[in-house]
Design a protein around this ligand. Structure first.
Ligand code: C2E
Ligand code: MG
Ligand code: MG
Ligand code: MG
Length: 286
């Protein structure tokens, strides 16, 4: 509200800002209804290890759909959910649902990990750690099969208690990854203080990696950094064989992207696991 005040206390009028606020309010109102109607779900995108030649797990991604069509994309509704605090119950639901699903898959097929995105606001919420512990206990998922994705922003803005919180989370055996790595304003020194296990190279660097020297150098440097600091490195947004080949030769064997599968329903993910595990070469996924 303070941001809306002009310097002399008068509200300034900015039509663009006004339209944006109207859109936000509309999304918020619809989001509350969507929650009551269970219109939110999780889709799962495979994470692969090309060296092992296998799917190692999935990233859980929120979807808001009606009749299989997106109502709003996560990029549209998650910032609104963060602004109005709804991200806390939504995020808690997503965490529980993803853990329940990964435990079921692990029981049915083989150990499969799941990554869940966590917003800064969830971390600021005092109950987060307790609810994480409760979710693990209730679902029975082995903590090492859970990965929480945080961004550089979350870590930077998290305040004093964030390092302590991350350490407590790690002590449970849960893995931590730094999402969209390289795009935030995190200084490298932060990597010394925050105990993340995995660096997820943002897809902005992967996009041009096969032909742009600068992107290739950045990716190579992140892989080297990961190796030196004993962290895993995963490349996001891998769309082509050329990119995958470059990454493989650069020593980054963990990948995620449309080349290996778009985010899909839980059912579709199960079918993918079944096909891959059977290893039937006549069945090509997608
Ligand atoms: P993210 O965590 O970086 O997730 C990766 C995004 O990249 C996903 O977008 C995914 O669909 C997209 N992607 C994956 N592979 C490719 C590719 O090869 N090419 C291209 N062009 N895109 C690819 P999505 O699902 O729209 O999610 C967007 C963002 O919304 C996520 O970025 C994450 O920051 C946020 N988000 C999604 N689900 C949750 C959630 O449960 N909680 C929170 N806090 N944030 C979430
Ligand atoms: Mg993510
Ligand atoms: Mg990402
Ligand atoms: Mg992103």
């Amino acid at each position: 509200e303070a941001k809306m005040q002009g310097r002399n206390g008068y509200r300034f009028f900015n039509p663009t800002m006004n339209e944006r606020n109207t859109a936000r309010v509309r999304i918020e109102v619809e989001l509350r209804k969507a929650l009551a109607r269970n219109e939110l779900s999780l889709h799962y995108q495979p994470k692969v290890d090309v060296e092992l030649g296998t799917i190692i797990g999935a990233e859980a991604l929120l979807r808001w759909q009606m009749d299989g069509e997106d109502v709003y994309s996560p990029e549209q509704f998650i910032p609104v959910a963060e602004d109005c605090g709804l991200i806390v119950p939504i995020g808690e639901w997503a965490l529980r649902e993803a853990c329940r699903q990964a435990e079921a898959w692990t029981r049915l097929y083989r150990p499969l990990s799941v990554s869940v995105n966590v917003s800064a606001l969830q971390f600021q919420h005092t109950r987060f750690f307790e609810s994480l512990r409760a979710v693990l206990a209730d679902t029975g998922l082995h903590p090492t099969l859970l990965e929480l994705e945080v961004t550089e922003r979350t870590v930077m803005e998290g305040g004093d208690h964030i390092a302590e919180l991350l350490r407590k989370i790690k002590s449970l055996g849960v893995a931590l990854s730094l999402d969209d790595f390289g795009t935030g304003y995190c200084s490298l020194a932060y990597l010394k203080h925050f105990p993340v296990d995995i660096l997820k190279i943002d897809r902005a660097f992967i996009r041009d990696v096969a032909w742009d020297n600068d992107s290739a150098a950045i990716v190579g440097a992140i892989v080297g950094l990961g190796k030196g600091m004993n962290k895993q490195v995963l490349a996001e947004g891998v769309e082509s064989m050329e990119q995958a080949t470059f990454l493989g030769s650069a020593g980054c064997s963990q990948m995620q992207g449309f080349l290996f599968g778009k985010p899909m329903t839980a059912r579709e993910f199960e079918e993918r696991i079944a096909v891959v595990d059977t290893g039937d070469p006549t069945v090509t996924p997608d």
